[in-house]
Design a protein around this ligand. Structure first.
Ligand code: 13P
Length: 333
C-alpha cells in the first residue's frame, strides 16, 4: 500500500473548490431515468449520454474526478477515443463504482446489505490498469423510528463490508470512497436524522479503525442531516448546515482525506444551498468538505438532452453551470 499516493490522491479529489461528479448509475437505474424522460434505453444512448457528460467543455474546472459504472469505463467517444483518455487529457481522476447493489437482510423489515466483495480484488486490479485511482461502495440505511430502524445488525453488517472493501481498495492503491447513505425517504424529523447519521458514522469509523484502514487515504461520502421527505416540519437550510457539520465534527476523524455529500433526492437548489450554508457558517473546518452529487448536478442536463438529443451543447452548458454553482458553494459563494 502506497500511503503517500493514497493521501495525495484523496486530497486532490477534494481540493476546493472542486468536487466529484457521480455518473455511476447502474444499467437498470440509468435506464429508469432514461425511460422517465422518454429516452430509448439502449447501450448506445447510455454511451452518448456519458460522452456528453465527460467531454463537456470546462467541466474539469469544477470537477476533480467522476465515478463511472463498469460499462462506462470501457466505452469510447463516437470518434473512438477511450473515455479514460479524455480523463487524462482533462486532468480528471477516474473513479469506479465497485459494489454490485443491495439485497434484503433476511427477517429485517426490508433493511439492506450491499454485495460485491466476491472477486473484488481482481476487478480492482483491472480498473487500476485502466487508470482508475478511486472507487465507491454504497451502503443503504433506512430510517423508521416506529420500527426502530436502523437496527444495530444493519449498521454492523454494512460497516463491516465497507471496511473490507476499503481495505482491498487501499491494498490496490485505489482511494476508497465509503458511502453509508442514510435515506431521506420517510416522515422522520431532522433530529431523528441526526441521531441515526451519528450512530451510522460512529459505527463505521470504529470498524474502519479496527480494520486498520489508512484514514488520510479514505473519503467519506455521506448524506446530509436533513428532515425526512414526508416530515410535516421541514428543517431550514441553517438547521441542516448546523446539524450536519456538528454531526460530522463529532464522528469523523480530523485526519480523513475528505468528506463529500451525495444529493439523495434533494433538488439541485437545495443541495447547492445547503452546501453553501455549511461553508458560510464554517469558514474553518477540520477536513475538506465538498460534493459528489449525481442527480443534483446531472438532472437538468439530462432533461435538456431528452428534449433535444441533437443539441448536446445546451445540455453540456447546463451541466457545467450546475457544477460551477456547487464549486462556488464550496467557497461560500
Ligand atoms: P445522488 O447525488 O443522485 O444521490 O447520487 C450520488 C451517488 O453516487 C449515490 O451513490
Amino acid at each position: 500500500m502506497d500511503t503517500q499516493f493514497l493521501s495525495t490522491e484523496a486530497k486532490k479529489l477534494v481540493a476546493l473548490p472542486k468536487g466529484i461528479l457521480a455518473i455511476d448509475e447502474s444499467m437498470p437505474t440509468c435506464n429508469k431515468r432514461f425511460e422517465n424522460l422518454g429516452i430509448p434505453t439502449t447501450e448506445e444512448n447510455r454511451r452518448k449520454y456519458r460522452e456528453l457528460l465527460i467531454t463537456a467543455p470546462g467541466i474539469e474546472e469544477s470537477i476533480s474526478g467522476m465515478i463511472l459504472f463498469d460499462e462506462t469505463i470501457r466505452q469510447s467517444t463516437a470518434t473512438g477515443i477511450p473515455f479514460t483518455e479524455i480523463f487524462k487529457q482533462k486532468g480528471m481522476s477516474i473513479g469506479i463504482k465497485v459494489d454490485s447493489g443491495t439485497k434484503d437482510i433476511p427477517n429485517h423489515d426490508g433493511e439492506k446489505f450491499t454485495e460485491g466483495l466476491e472477486g473484488l480484488n481482481n476487478r480492482l486490479v483491472e480498473y487500476k490498469n485502466m487508470g482508475a485511482s478511486f472507487a465507491k461502495w454504497r451502503a443503504v440505511i433506512n430510517i423508521d423510528m416506529e420500527k426502530g430502524l436502523p437496527s444495530n445488525e444493519c449498521l454492523d453488517i454494512n460497516s463491516k463490508s465497507l471496511s473490507q472493501y476499503a481495505q482491498i481498495a487501499q491494498e490496490n492503491n485505489i482511494v476508497p470512497i465509503v458511502e453509508p447513505e442514510v435515506i431521506m425517504d420517510g416522515s422522520h424529523t431532522i433530529e431523528d436524522s441526526y441521531t441515526v447519521t451519528s450512530k451510522t458514522l460512529s459505527n463505521l469509523f470504529k470498524t474502519l479503525k479496527e480494520q486498520n484502514i489508512f484514514i488520510p487515504g479514505l473519503i467519506l461520502k455521506t448524506s446530509m442531516v436533513i428532515s425526512g421527505n414526508t416530515c410535516p416540519v421541514q428543517a431550514t437550510t441553517e438547521q441542516i448546515a448546523e446539524m450536519t457539520v456538528k454531526c460530522l465534527k463529532e464522528n469523523v476523524p480530523s485526519d480523513i482525506g475528505g468528506i463529500v455529500f451525495l444529493s439523495g433526492g434533494q433538488t439541485e437548489q437545495q443541495a447547492c444551498d445547503n452546501l453553501r450554508m455549511m461553508h458560510k457558517m464554517n469558514p474553518e473546518l477540520p477536513w475538506a468538505l465538498s460534493f459528489s452529487y449525481g442527480r443534483a448536478i446531472q438532472y437538468p442536463a439530462l432533461k435538456a438532452w431528452a428534449a433535444n438529443m441533437e443539441d448536446v451543447a445546451t445540455a453540456q452548458n447546463i451541466l457545467v453551470e450546475n457544477a460551477r454553482n456547487n464549486a462556488n458553494a464550496n467557497l461560500g459563494k
